[in-house]
Ligand binder design. Structure first.
Ligand SMILES: Cc1cc2nc3c(=O)[nH]c(=O)nc-3n(C[C@H](O)[C@H](O)[C@H](O)COP(=O)(O)O)c2cc1C
Length: 344
Protein backbone atom coordinates (compact mmCIF):
# COMPACT_ATOMS: atom_id res chain seq x y z
CA UNK A 1 0.00 0.00 0.00
CA UNK A 2 1.09 3.54 -0.59
CA UNK A 3 1.48 5.54 2.57
CA UNK A 4 -1.08 8.14 3.54
CA UNK A 5 -0.21 11.80 3.35
CA UNK A 6 -0.37 11.89 7.15
CA UNK A 7 2.71 9.71 7.14
CA UNK A 8 4.27 11.31 4.11
CA UNK A 9 3.74 15.07 3.96
CA UNK A 10 4.24 16.48 0.49
CA UNK A 11 6.55 19.29 -0.37
CA UNK A 12 5.12 20.94 -3.43
CA UNK A 13 7.49 23.10 -5.47
CA UNK A 14 10.56 21.82 -3.69
CA UNK A 15 11.28 18.26 -4.67
CA UNK A 16 9.61 17.75 -8.00
CA UNK A 17 11.44 18.18 -11.25
CA UNK A 18 9.56 19.73 -14.14
CA UNK A 19 10.53 17.15 -16.73
CA UNK A 20 7.78 14.64 -17.34
CA UNK A 21 8.85 11.04 -17.62
CA UNK A 22 7.16 9.15 -20.43
CA UNK A 23 8.05 5.59 -19.61
CA UNK A 24 4.57 4.08 -19.23
CA UNK A 25 2.76 2.59 -22.18
CA UNK A 26 -0.70 3.84 -23.03
CA UNK A 27 -1.27 1.35 -25.84
CA UNK A 28 -4.22 -0.02 -23.90
CA UNK A 29 -6.04 1.44 -20.93
CA UNK A 30 -9.28 1.08 -19.02
CA UNK A 31 -11.13 4.40 -18.88
CA UNK A 32 -11.84 6.42 -15.75
CA UNK A 33 -15.43 5.68 -14.76
CA UNK A 34 -17.16 7.21 -11.74
CA UNK A 35 -18.68 4.59 -9.45
CA UNK A 36 -16.95 1.85 -11.42
CA UNK A 37 -13.16 2.08 -11.43
CA UNK A 38 -12.57 2.17 -7.70
CA UNK A 39 -9.64 0.36 -6.17
CA UNK A 40 -11.47 -2.96 -5.95
CA UNK A 41 -12.33 -2.83 -9.61
CA UNK A 42 -8.75 -1.92 -10.50
CA UNK A 43 -7.33 -4.70 -8.35
CA UNK A 44 -9.60 -7.12 -10.21
CA UNK A 45 -8.63 -5.74 -13.62
CA UNK A 46 -4.96 -6.02 -12.75
CA UNK A 47 -5.40 -9.73 -12.10
CA UNK A 48 -6.52 -10.01 -15.72
CA UNK A 49 -3.84 -7.88 -17.36
CA UNK A 50 -0.40 -6.87 -16.09
CA UNK A 51 0.18 -4.26 -18.80
CA UNK A 52 -3.08 -2.34 -19.12
CA UNK A 53 -2.94 1.20 -17.77
CA UNK A 54 -5.70 1.64 -15.19
CA UNK A 55 -7.41 4.94 -14.44
CA UNK A 56 -9.06 5.95 -11.19
CA UNK A 57 -12.52 7.45 -11.05
CA UNK A 58 -12.41 11.23 -11.40
CA UNK A 59 -11.48 12.88 -8.09
CA UNK A 60 -12.26 16.58 -7.79
CA UNK A 61 -9.74 19.04 -6.48
CA UNK A 62 -12.24 20.04 -3.78
CA UNK A 63 -12.59 16.47 -2.57
CA UNK A 64 -8.83 16.10 -2.34
CA UNK A 65 -8.04 19.42 -0.76
CA UNK A 66 -10.88 19.42 1.76
CA UNK A 67 -11.68 15.72 2.07
CA UNK A 68 -10.08 12.48 3.10
CA UNK A 69 -6.98 12.33 0.91
CA UNK A 70 -5.95 8.87 1.97
CA UNK A 71 -9.37 7.45 1.12
CA UNK A 72 -9.35 9.05 -2.31
CA UNK A 73 -5.76 8.32 -3.23
CA UNK A 74 -4.51 5.10 -1.70
CA UNK A 75 -4.32 1.99 -3.82
CA UNK A 76 -2.75 -1.44 -3.83
CA UNK A 77 0.79 -1.52 -5.13
CA UNK A 78 -0.17 -4.19 -7.69
CA UNK A 79 -2.34 -1.60 -9.45
CA UNK A 80 0.63 0.01 -11.23
CA UNK A 81 0.65 1.35 -13.87
CA UNK A 82 -2.12 3.57 -12.56
CA UNK A 83 -3.31 7.04 -13.55
CA UNK A 84 -5.14 9.48 -11.28
CA UNK A 85 -7.86 11.46 -13.00
CA UNK A 86 -8.50 14.92 -11.59
CA UNK A 87 -11.52 17.15 -12.03
CA UNK A 88 -10.90 20.85 -11.55
CA UNK A 89 -10.16 24.12 -13.29
CA UNK A 90 -8.19 26.17 -10.79
CA UNK A 91 -4.48 25.90 -11.63
CA UNK A 92 -3.38 26.42 -8.03
CA UNK A 93 -5.71 23.75 -6.72
CA UNK A 94 -4.74 21.39 -9.49
CA UNK A 95 -1.08 21.95 -8.64
CA UNK A 96 -1.74 20.98 -5.03
CA UNK A 97 -3.47 17.81 -6.21
CA UNK A 98 -0.68 17.01 -8.67
CA UNK A 99 1.73 17.24 -5.74
CA UNK A 100 -0.40 14.74 -3.85
CA UNK A 101 -0.44 12.44 -6.87
CA UNK A 102 3.37 12.55 -6.84
CA UNK A 103 3.46 11.68 -3.17
CA UNK A 104 1.26 8.70 -3.81
CA UNK A 105 3.45 7.68 -6.75
CA UNK A 106 0.81 7.58 -9.44
CA UNK A 107 2.21 6.90 -12.91
CA UNK A 108 0.15 9.57 -14.69
CA UNK A 109 -2.12 12.48 -13.82
CA UNK A 110 -5.03 13.11 -16.15
CA UNK A 111 -7.24 16.17 -16.35
CA UNK A 112 -10.89 15.58 -17.18
CA UNK A 113 -12.00 17.84 -20.04
CA UNK A 114 -14.66 15.46 -21.30
CA UNK A 115 -17.34 14.98 -18.68
CA UNK A 116 -20.57 16.85 -19.49
CA UNK A 117 -22.54 16.29 -16.25
CA UNK A 118 -24.38 19.28 -14.73
CA UNK A 119 -22.52 18.89 -11.45
CA UNK A 120 -19.22 19.07 -13.26
CA UNK A 121 -20.35 22.02 -15.39
CA UNK A 122 -21.41 23.99 -12.33
CA UNK A 123 -17.90 23.39 -10.97
CA UNK A 124 -16.63 24.81 -14.32
CA UNK A 125 -14.64 21.74 -15.21
CA UNK A 126 -15.00 18.66 -17.34
CA UNK A 127 -16.07 19.14 -20.97
CA UNK A 128 -16.89 22.82 -20.50
CA UNK A 129 -13.13 23.41 -20.16
CA UNK A 130 -12.81 22.76 -23.89
CA UNK A 131 -14.24 26.27 -24.37
CA UNK A 132 -11.14 27.72 -22.73
CA UNK A 133 -8.01 26.11 -24.15
CA UNK A 134 -5.73 28.73 -22.54
CA UNK A 135 -7.11 27.87 -19.12
CA UNK A 136 -6.49 24.18 -19.81
CA UNK A 137 -2.94 25.09 -20.86
CA UNK A 138 -2.49 26.99 -17.57
CA UNK A 139 -3.89 24.04 -15.63
CA UNK A 140 -1.51 21.71 -17.43
CA UNK A 141 1.49 23.90 -16.71
CA UNK A 142 0.56 24.28 -13.06
CA UNK A 143 0.26 20.51 -12.63
CA UNK A 144 3.33 19.60 -14.65
CA UNK A 145 5.33 22.30 -12.89
CA UNK A 146 5.10 20.51 -9.55
CA UNK A 147 5.36 16.93 -10.67
CA UNK A 148 7.57 14.76 -12.82
CA UNK A 149 4.65 12.43 -13.50
CA UNK A 150 3.30 12.87 -17.04
CA UNK A 151 0.16 14.99 -17.13
CA UNK A 152 -2.36 14.11 -19.84
CA UNK A 153 -5.68 15.54 -21.01
CA UNK A 154 -8.89 13.58 -21.71
CA UNK A 155 -11.42 15.39 -23.84
CA UNK A 156 -14.09 15.19 -26.53
CA UNK A 157 -13.86 15.99 -30.25
CA UNK A 158 -16.01 19.06 -29.61
CA UNK A 159 -18.74 20.59 -27.47
CA UNK A 160 -22.10 22.05 -28.46
CA UNK A 161 -21.79 24.03 -31.69
CA UNK A 162 -18.01 24.17 -31.33
CA UNK A 163 -17.44 20.94 -33.15
CA UNK A 164 -15.32 21.74 -36.20
CA UNK A 165 -12.02 19.99 -36.81
CA UNK A 166 -10.36 23.40 -36.60
CA UNK A 167 -11.77 23.92 -33.09
CA UNK A 168 -10.33 20.56 -32.03
CA UNK A 169 -6.94 21.36 -33.55
CA UNK A 170 -6.87 24.77 -31.87
CA UNK A 171 -7.65 23.19 -28.51
CA UNK A 172 -4.94 20.57 -28.86
CA UNK A 173 -2.46 23.02 -30.38
CA UNK A 174 -2.86 25.46 -27.48
CA UNK A 175 -2.48 22.80 -24.80
CA UNK A 176 0.39 21.11 -26.63
CA UNK A 177 2.19 24.46 -26.83
CA UNK A 178 2.18 24.44 -23.02
CA UNK A 179 4.04 21.12 -23.15
CA UNK A 180 1.31 18.51 -23.04
CA UNK A 181 2.26 15.46 -25.07
CA UNK A 182 -0.65 13.09 -24.57
CA UNK A 183 -4.30 13.56 -25.51
CA UNK A 184 -6.99 10.97 -24.89
CA UNK A 185 -9.83 11.76 -27.22
CA UNK A 186 -13.38 10.47 -26.83
CA UNK A 187 -14.55 10.26 -30.44
CA UNK A 188 -17.86 12.04 -29.78
CA UNK A 189 -18.76 15.63 -29.16
CA UNK A 190 -20.70 16.46 -25.99
CA UNK A 191 -23.87 18.51 -25.76
CA UNK A 192 -23.60 20.46 -22.53
CA UNK A 193 -27.33 21.18 -22.38
CA UNK A 194 -30.13 18.81 -23.18
CA UNK A 195 -28.39 15.45 -22.95
CA UNK A 196 -27.65 13.47 -19.81
CA UNK A 197 -24.09 12.13 -19.31
CA UNK A 198 -25.35 8.70 -20.35
CA UNK A 199 -26.92 10.08 -23.55
CA UNK A 200 -23.72 11.99 -24.19
CA UNK A 201 -21.95 8.62 -24.32
CA UNK A 202 -24.43 7.24 -26.84
CA UNK A 203 -26.22 9.87 -28.92
CA UNK A 204 -23.52 12.01 -30.56
CA UNK A 205 -22.05 9.93 -33.38
CA UNK A 206 -18.57 8.42 -33.14
CA UNK A 207 -16.01 9.92 -35.51
CA UNK A 208 -12.84 7.85 -35.43
CA UNK A 209 -11.53 9.36 -38.67
CA UNK A 210 -11.26 12.70 -36.95
CA UNK A 211 -8.92 11.22 -34.36
CA UNK A 212 -6.86 9.42 -37.02
CA UNK A 213 -6.53 12.78 -38.75
CA UNK A 214 -5.29 14.33 -35.50
CA UNK A 215 -2.46 11.82 -35.37
CA UNK A 216 -1.56 12.75 -38.96
CA UNK A 217 -1.58 16.45 -38.18
CA UNK A 218 0.16 16.19 -34.80
CA UNK A 219 2.51 13.22 -35.36
CA UNK A 220 4.75 14.27 -32.47
CA UNK A 221 1.90 13.95 -29.94
CA UNK A 222 0.64 10.78 -28.33
CA UNK A 223 -2.98 10.38 -29.40
CA UNK A 224 -5.17 7.84 -27.61
CA UNK A 225 -8.56 6.93 -29.04
CA UNK A 226 -11.64 6.27 -26.89
CA UNK A 227 -15.33 5.62 -27.36
CA UNK A 228 -17.43 2.65 -28.43
CA UNK A 229 -14.55 0.18 -28.75
CA UNK A 230 -15.78 -3.32 -27.95
CA UNK A 231 -13.19 -5.90 -28.98
CA UNK A 232 -9.43 -6.33 -29.00
CA UNK A 233 -9.58 -6.82 -32.77
CA UNK A 234 -11.02 -3.33 -33.05
CA UNK A 235 -8.30 -2.09 -30.70
CA UNK A 236 -5.59 -3.62 -32.89
CA UNK A 237 -7.11 -1.91 -35.95
CA UNK A 238 -7.13 1.45 -34.20
CA UNK A 239 -3.48 0.99 -33.27
CA UNK A 240 -2.65 1.17 -36.98
CA UNK A 241 -3.75 4.81 -36.83
CA UNK A 242 -3.12 6.09 -33.30
CA UNK A 243 -0.82 5.43 -30.35
CA UNK A 244 -3.23 3.89 -27.88
CA UNK A 245 -6.73 2.67 -27.18
CA UNK A 246 -8.82 3.37 -24.11
CA UNK A 247 -11.77 1.09 -23.41
CA UNK A 248 -14.48 1.87 -20.87
CA UNK A 249 -17.84 0.15 -20.63
CA UNK A 250 -16.98 -3.03 -22.51
CA UNK A 251 -13.96 -3.68 -20.28
CA UNK A 252 -16.16 -3.21 -17.23
CA UNK A 253 -19.09 -5.35 -18.32
CA UNK A 254 -17.07 -8.04 -20.09
CA UNK A 255 -13.85 -7.95 -18.07
CA UNK A 256 -12.39 -11.27 -19.19
CA UNK A 257 -11.46 -9.65 -22.50
CA UNK A 258 -8.69 -7.98 -20.50
CA UNK A 259 -7.06 -11.40 -20.05
CA UNK A 260 -6.02 -11.27 -23.72
CA UNK A 261 -4.65 -7.74 -23.72
CA UNK A 262 -1.08 -8.63 -22.72
CA UNK A 263 -0.80 -11.20 -25.49
CA UNK A 264 -2.72 -9.36 -28.21
CA UNK A 265 -1.69 -5.78 -27.64
CA UNK A 266 1.66 -6.13 -25.85
CA UNK A 267 2.83 -9.39 -27.48
CA UNK A 268 3.60 -10.92 -24.10
CA UNK A 269 4.21 -14.65 -24.06
CA UNK A 270 2.65 -15.09 -20.59
CA UNK A 271 -0.41 -17.32 -20.69
CA UNK A 272 -3.58 -15.48 -19.82
CA UNK A 273 -5.02 -16.37 -16.40
CA UNK A 274 -8.13 -18.54 -16.32
CA UNK A 275 -11.34 -17.13 -14.92
CA UNK A 276 -11.01 -19.50 -11.99
CA UNK A 277 -7.48 -18.34 -11.17
CA UNK A 278 -8.66 -14.75 -11.23
CA UNK A 279 -11.62 -15.57 -9.01
CA UNK A 280 -9.39 -17.36 -6.49
CA UNK A 281 -6.91 -14.50 -6.36
CA UNK A 282 -9.67 -11.96 -6.03
CA UNK A 283 -11.22 -14.00 -3.19
CA UNK A 284 -7.92 -13.92 -1.30
CA UNK A 285 -7.78 -10.18 -1.65
CA UNK A 286 -11.43 -9.79 -0.65
CA UNK A 287 -10.88 -11.87 2.49
CA UNK A 288 -8.29 -9.38 3.71
CA UNK A 289 -10.47 -6.40 2.89
CA UNK A 290 -13.48 -7.92 4.69
CA UNK A 291 -11.34 -8.03 7.82
CA UNK A 292 -10.85 -4.29 7.57
CA UNK A 293 -14.61 -3.77 7.40
CA UNK A 294 -15.26 -3.36 3.66
CA UNK A 295 -18.60 -4.82 2.57
CA UNK A 296 -18.48 -7.84 0.28
CA UNK A 297 -20.98 -6.41 -2.22
CA UNK A 298 -18.87 -3.28 -2.56
CA UNK A 299 -16.09 -5.40 -4.03
CA UNK A 300 -17.93 -8.21 -5.79
CA UNK A 301 -20.14 -5.90 -7.87
CA UNK A 302 -17.16 -5.43 -10.19
CA UNK A 303 -16.79 -9.10 -11.04
CA UNK A 304 -20.38 -9.84 -12.06
CA UNK A 305 -19.41 -9.96 -15.74
CA UNK A 306 -16.41 -12.29 -15.28
CA UNK A 307 -18.20 -15.25 -16.83
CA UNK A 308 -20.03 -13.28 -19.51
CA UNK A 309 -20.54 -15.47 -22.56
CA UNK A 310 -20.04 -18.71 -20.60
CA UNK A 311 -23.07 -21.00 -20.05
CA UNK A 312 -24.50 -20.38 -16.57
CA UNK A 313 -23.08 -16.86 -16.36
CA UNK A 314 -26.46 -15.50 -15.41
CA UNK A 315 -26.64 -17.80 -12.38
CA UNK A 316 -23.16 -16.72 -11.28
CA UNK A 317 -24.18 -13.12 -11.53
CA UNK A 318 -27.54 -13.57 -9.87
CA UNK A 319 -26.14 -15.52 -6.92
CA UNK A 320 -23.65 -12.77 -6.14
CA UNK A 321 -26.19 -9.98 -6.66
CA UNK A 322 -28.71 -11.62 -4.35
CA UNK A 323 -26.32 -12.68 -1.60
CA UNK A 324 -23.25 -10.48 -1.37
CA UNK A 325 -25.08 -7.68 0.43
CA UNK A 326 -26.54 -9.92 3.17
CA UNK A 327 -25.21 -9.47 6.72
CA UNK A 328 -22.15 -11.62 7.38
CA UNK A 329 -21.65 -12.45 3.68
CA UNK A 330 -18.10 -13.61 2.97
CA UNK A 331 -16.11 -15.17 0.16
CA UNK A 332 -18.20 -18.36 0.39
CA UNK A 333 -20.70 -16.42 -1.72
CA UNK A 334 -18.21 -16.59 -4.60
CA UNK A 335 -17.75 -20.34 -4.24
CA UNK A 336 -21.52 -20.80 -4.09
CA UNK A 337 -21.89 -18.66 -7.21
CA UNK A 338 -19.52 -21.00 -9.02
CA UNK A 339 -21.52 -24.05 -7.92
CA UNK A 340 -24.77 -22.33 -8.93
CA UNK A 341 -23.29 -21.77 -12.36
CA UNK A 342 -21.99 -25.30 -12.74
CA UNK A 343 -25.24 -26.95 -11.54
CA UNK A 344 -27.32 -25.69 -14.38
C1 LIG B 1 -20.37 4.93 -15.50
C2 LIG B 1 -19.41 5.81 -16.24
C3 LIG B 1 -18.68 6.75 -15.54
C4 LIG B 1 -17.76 7.58 -16.19
N1 LIG B 1 -16.99 8.44 -15.46
C5 LIG B 1 -16.01 9.14 -16.07
C6 LIG B 1 -15.09 9.90 -15.32
O1 LIG B 1 -15.09 9.93 -14.09
N2 LIG B 1 -14.15 10.60 -16.01
C7 LIG B 1 -14.06 10.57 -17.37
O2 LIG B 1 -13.19 11.21 -17.96
N3 LIG B 1 -14.92 9.85 -18.10
C8 LIG B 1 -15.86 9.11 -17.48
N4 LIG B 1 -16.68 8.30 -18.21
C9 LIG B 1 -16.49 8.23 -19.68
C10 LIG B 1 -15.48 7.10 -20.02
O3 LIG B 1 -14.21 7.36 -19.48
C11 LIG B 1 -15.36 6.94 -21.53
O4 LIG B 1 -14.83 8.13 -22.07
C12 LIG B 1 -16.70 6.66 -22.20
O5 LIG B 1 -17.44 5.67 -21.50
C13 LIG B 1 -16.50 6.21 -23.66
O6 LIG B 1 -15.75 5.01 -23.70
P1 LIG B 1 -16.48 3.57 -23.88
O7 LIG B 1 -17.40 3.70 -25.06
O8 LIG B 1 -15.34 2.61 -24.15
O9 LIG B 1 -17.22 3.28 -22.63
C14 LIG B 1 -17.61 7.48 -17.59
C15 LIG B 1 -18.34 6.52 -18.28
C16 LIG B 1 -19.22 5.68 -17.63
C17 LIG B 1 -19.98 4.63 -18.41
Amino acid sequence: MVRSTDEQPHTIMSTHSTTASTSISRRFSVAPMMDYTDRYCRYFHRLLSKETLLYTEMVTTGALIHGDQYRHLHYHESEHPIALQLGGSDPKELAICAGLASDYQYDEINLNCGCPSDRVQSGKFGATLMKDASLVADCFQAMQGVSNIPVTIKHRIGIDEQDSYQFLCDFIGTVAAAGCQTFIVHARKAWLKGLSPKQNREVPPLDYDRIYQLKQDFPELEIIINGGIKTLDEAVDHLNHVDGVMMGREAYHNPYLLADVDRTIYHSDRSPPTRLQVLEQFSNFVRGELESGIKLSHMTRHILGLYQGVPGARKFRRHISENAHLPGADTDVLLQALSAMNNR
